[in-house]
Design a protein around this ligand. Structure first.
Ligand SMILES: Nc1ncnc2c1ncn2[C@@H]1O[C@H](COP(=O)(O)OP(=O)(O)OP(=O)(O)O)[C@@H](O)[C@H]1O
Length: 237
C-alpha cells in the first residue's frame, strides 16, 4: 500500500480568466509535515482552496486517502477526512472554547489520530487554561489555535493549514510551532502554507516552493535551508 495520502497532479486553477496555478504537483505521505512556501500572492491559498474543491474553474488530479477528489464538492472532501483551516479563521465568538471544540467533533477515523479536548489541550495548553472563555474574548493568536483544534476534533486523516504563523506574536508563534511538532509526533499528516521559512523549517519534513503559481523547488526541508539560491530567488528570507 502506498503511504502517499494526498497527491496533487498538474493542478491548473483560474479566477475568472486569470490563470493562477500552472501544473502544480505535490504530495504528502502519512505522518509527514509538508510545507508549501512562497511569497505573498505566490498561489499558496489558491492551491489549498483548489484541493478542497473551493475553486470552480480548475483542472488536474487530486487524490486523497484512496479517493479521486478532483471533482468532489468541498463538504464531501471534508467528510472524507481532509481537514482545512483557511486564512480567515472563524470561530464562534459567542461560544466558549469547549463549545467551539464540540462543534467540530466527529467520530474517530481508522488510521487517523483520535482527538479529544483533553488531548488537544496538551498540544495547546493555553486553550486548556481558558476552556470557558467565549471566543470573542480571546486574542487573535488564541483564536487561530482554536480553529486548528476545532478542525482536529473532526479526526481528519490529513489537515491543510493556511499560514498558521501569520500575524502571531513571537511567543505565540513558538507555541504554534510546538503544537505542530506535537501533531506530527501523534502521527497527524499536515500540509501547511508559509511565507516564514524559519517557522516552516522548525516543523516540516519536506518543502515545496511556489512562485507565480508554479512549483519551483521540491526537497527535504533541511536541504532548502542550505539552498541560498532558491531561498533568495523565491522566498523573502
Ligand atoms: N478571488 C480572486 N480573484 C482574482 N484573483 C485572485 C483572487 N484571489 C487571489 N487572487 C490572485 O491569485 C494569486 C495567488 O493568490 P493566493 O492568495 O493563492 O496567494 P498566496 O500565496 O496564498 O498569498 P497570500 O499570502 O497573499 O494569501 C495572486 O496573484 C492573487 O492576486
Amino acid at each position: 500500500m502506498s503511504d502517499v495520502i494526498l497527491s496533487v497532479e498538474a493542478l491548473n486553477s483560474f479566477y475568472g480568466r486569470a490563470h493562477i496555478l500552472f501544473d502544480v504537483t505535490l504530495e504528502a505521505r502519512r505522518g509527514e509535515v509538508v510545507a508549501l512556501l512562497g511569497r505573498n500572492g505566490a498561489g499558496k491559498s489558491t492551491t489549498m482552496r483548489s484541493i478542497m474543491g473551493l475553486i470552480a474553474n480548475r483542472s488536474g488530479s487530486v487524490r486523497f486517502a484512496g479517493h479521486d477528489i478532483s471533482r468532489r464538492q468541498p463538504h464531501e472532501i471534508a467528510r472524507l477526512g481532509l481537514g482545512y483551516v483557511p486564512e480567515d479563521r472563524r470561530i464562534f465568538t459567542d461560544l466558549t472554547v469547549m463549545e467551539n471544540l464540540e462543534v467540530g467533533r466527529q467520530p474517530a477515523r481508522t488510521g487517523a489520530p483520535h482527538w479529544t479536548p483533553e488531548r488537544l489541550f496538551t498540544l495547546f495548553p493555553n486553550l486548556g487554561d481558558m476552556r470557558d472563555r467565549p471566543g470573542g474574548r480571546m486574542s487573535g493568536g488564541e483564536q487561530q489555535m482554536l480553529t486548528i483544534a476545532r478542525t482536529l476534533m473532526g479526526n481528519p486523516s490529513a489537515i491543510l493549514l493556511d499560514e498558521p504563523s501569520e500575524g502571531l506574536a513571537p511567543r505565540i508563534t513558538e507555541m504554534m510551532a510546538h503544537a505542530i511538532v506535537g501533531l506530527k509526533a501523534e502521527g497527524q499528516t499536515v500540509v501547511l502554507s508559509e511565507q516564514n521559512l524559519h517557522f516552516a523549517a522548525l516543523v516540516s519534513d519536506r518543502a515545496y516552493v511556489i512562485e507565480k503559481g508554479r512549483i519551483r523547488y521540491e526537497g527535504a526541508m533541511a536541504a532548502l535551508r542550505e539552498d541560498e539560491e532558491i531561498r533568495s530567488a523565491y522566498l523573502s528570507l
